[in-house]
Design a protein around this ligand. Structure first.
Ligand SMILES: [Zn+2]
Length: 100
């Protein structure tokens, strides 16, 4: 498995295509604007050879959807404040995570 991944990366680099550190800003930008056709092709083909960038994209997508849901929820309720129950649950989770 590692060998196949290594070969894919070697092939990618051999084509002179940009590496992860030059593509991650583009992954972030894909959340904020419509990418050009060339940029979309570049990212999609990179995701095939790079699990890390693919996962990064998936995580950004999840965060974006969570924020959208939060915004829709806030718009529906007309308030950005949390319920007392939600505050308690979050506080308990944070304290539990911190080992208290
Ligand atoms: Zn990558």
């Amino acid at each position: 498995m590692e060998m196949i991944l290594w070969l894919k990366r070697f092939f990618w680099a051999g084509l002179g295509l940009p590496r992860c550190n030059r593509l991650t800003p583009l992954v972030s930008q894909s959340m904020d604007r419509d990418l050009t056709f060339k940029e979309r092709i570049l990212l999609k083909s990179h995701y095939i050879i790079c699990d890390r960038c693919d996962r990064y994209h998936d995580q950004l997508e999840i965060m974006r959807k969570a924020i959208q849901l939060q915004n829709e929820d806030t718009a529906l309720s007309g308030s950005a404040s949390l319920s007392p129950e939600a505050r308690s649950r979050i506080k308990a989770a944070v304290l539990s995570e911190a080992g208290h």
